[in-house]
Design a protein around this ligand. Structure first.
Ligand code: NAP
Length: 311
């Protein structure tokens, strides 16, 4: 199709790498439509060079390396990016690493720190810990000073790699296929439970997630891989002062997304630049093999991010 023209405040990016997001798989299946006015092309995470700028753009020049979150249209050689949501690519980074960073660290920051209020010395139960978002959450939880992180994943190999990301935090791996996460949390905490649960599974885990919380604990629902409709017993919520919070990135206003980008640039980008934090890359596919990349994601075998590259 015709090259998109950058509107006021927008950058036209020559895309070099696009990251996969589980939401792309849902969108492909017709279950997650892009917001009105957005491209029908898949993809929300990109990195590349600024090819041209719309009116009023400050802080970026033609040729600069940028990465960031877009509403849609990321699986393409050209993509529009709001300048307020663009992040300069640090020197020496690959395009793949740059594309892999923004969305997972934005999500980890808004859900663990802001909504989960995960603090120093606290404990976290993190589901889908080997996912793209999960691998960022382990690292952020560690930096926020979490003492103990219970990680669920689908294999012993993935759990061993989760442990390496935990640093000083104690990581307790739970194989979701062979172990009961609630029983494990109860056993290790002597029945007390955790301060925060970060969940991507939804209704399937809801009752057990609530049961895994300490009194006053927070459950943050960030994904719904196991479905979203059902009913629960609200009595423990009331008696134990539990909180359930939800979050998605896509439906937020552009102002909110710019604020999230600014927070990321101030708080976490410096730690990524000095190597304390990193994007975990599972695999890289040429863009022409996007279908194989989606198959890899749907196999549930990946650890970290899956990328597409454009030559
Ligand atoms: N709210 C937000 O702002 C936001 C932003 C980004 C992503 N997300 C959501 O976060 C989740 C992870 O995204 P991602 O791109 O990081 O995913 P990903 O890398 O594809 O990882 C997802 C992992 O979840 C596990 N899983 C899949 N289906 C499951 C099921 N039915 N029950 C239990 N575990 C299951 C699998 O790992 P194991 O087999 O090892 O458990 C799979 O590898 C998705 O739900 C996505 O929509 C939300």
């Amino acid at each position: 199709g015709p090259l998109p023209q950058p509107g006021p405040g927008q950058l036209l990016v020559r895309v070099r790498a696009s990251a996969l997001n589980r939401a792309d798989v849902l969108q492909r299946a017709g279950a997650y439509a892009p917001p009105p006015g957005e491209s029908a092309i898949l993809g929300v995470e990109i990195a590349g060079e600024v090819e041209s700028r719309g009116a009023g753009v400050e802080g970026f020049r033609v040729g600069d390396g940028v990465c960031g979150l877009v509403g849609s249209g990321g699986y393409a050689e050209h993509c529009l990016l709001d300048a307020g949501m663009a992040v300069p690519v640090p020197a020496g980074w690959s395009w793949e690493a740059a594309a892999a960073v923004p969305e997972v660290f934005y999500t980890a920051d808004t859900t663990l720190r802001e909504l989960g209020e995960l603090g120093a010395g606290q404990s976290l139960l993190l589901h889908a810990a080997a996912s793209g978002v999960g691998t960022a959450c382990i690292q952020l939880a560690r930096e926020l000073g979490a003492a103990r992180i219970f990680c669920t994943a689908g294999s012993a190999e993935k759990l061993a790699r989760c442990r390496e990301l935990g640093g000083a935090a104690e990581v307790i791996g739970i194989d979701r296929k062979t172990q009961d996460f609630l029983a494990e949390v109860r056993r290790v905490t002597g029945g007390a439970g955790v301060d925060v649960v970060e969940d991507f599974i939804g209704i399937e885990y809801l009752a057990k997630n609530l049961a895994a919380l300490k009194d006053g604990g927070r459950l943050v629902v960030v994904g719904l891989l196991g479905g979203w409709e059902g009913s629960i017993d609200l009595l423990p919520l009331v008696l134990r002062r539990l909180q359930i919070k939800g979050s998605a990135m896509r439906p937020r206003s552009i102002e909110e997304k710019r604020a999230i980008t600014r927070t990321f640039r101030e708080r976490w980008l410096p730690l990524l630049v000095d190597g304390r934090l990193r994007a975990v890359i599972d695999s890289v596919f040429p863009a022409g093999q996007a279908a194989a990349a989606h198959e890899r994601m749907e196999s549930n075998e990946s650890f970290g991010k899956i990328l597409l590259t454009w030559s």
